[in-house]
Design a binder for this molecule. Sequence first.
Ligand SMILES: [Mn+2]
Length: 340
Amino acid sequence: MTRYGAMFGPDITFLGVDAIDLDDPTTYADADVVIVGAPFDGGTSYRAGARFGPKAMREACYLGFDGSRPSLAMAVDGLKDIRVVDAGDVEMFSGDAAKSCADLETVIEMIARTGAIPLVLGGDHTITWPDVTGVARGTDHWGRVGVIHFDAHADTGDITFGSLIGHGHPMRQLIESGAVRGDRFIQIGLRGYWPPPEVLEWMAEQNMRSYEMSEIVKRGFDECLTEACELAMTECDSIFLSVDIDVVDPGSAPGTGTPEPGGLSSRQLLDAVRRIAYELPISGIDVVEVAPPYDHADITALLGNRVVLEALSGLARRKMDEKTGQKWNPAQPLLDRHRN
Ligand SMILES: [Mn+2]
């Protein structure tokens, strides 16, 4: 495989970070994070369009494409203080789901094996199956990767439309293969009217932990998140963070295939992603289901872009604090560190 570039649209990188060629390991030997596009929406059950997600998330920003984004909140540059590079899109023909997923898994495993964190821009949620499988293999953390999964939907369905591959079942595939323990699969933000009782029974048998919005509202988001982080890390070596943008309320994330009213706010998701990246040993990330054909004023593309940036800022701050022995204090007034 040579660098494919961007499968849909010009070959741009995420906010101007360096491009790499996966065939030439010297171009990413020192990378902390390798961004990969997975423009696949052949697994959608309703509205397709997430194939345009990687392009939209790479370019949705009003600032320069200069490979630098100093974070006001974390006082760190998520694109510069760690080495972030962009491999372009994996070629994923939506009409051949099996080959597309196998090719993506190969790429993710290869990246994980170098010690870098793959950060995958989806694409529909089907891709989390090859993403987590590739990470579990490449890190040798098979069965010891905790998953924290933000979503309106459980994505634990059985065969749909006669196929085992689709955005309704990746989480079931990951538990059935043994890549992830059912009791270390944590879901946050579920709501609405799917899945049906027999799927919920299967999830309960796996000892999954799923936070429905009613529990989150009643107990408070921070308390649930603290509990989720602790559980995901127990007897696990690393964490895969999977963010389906439809976890956010459709009012703040309209550009997605299966919108479900009553979700998290953008603020809650950004804070959670930042906190998880800062506090936990992340081995892989994906951000999925941004579907630009249904977006308005780039609202959802901008949110996806910021989810990626908050994750990178959290990773950068974690690395900095490990070196200096400091601890990030979210309550510190913005200008304090600029006064003498
Ligand atoms: Mn999903």
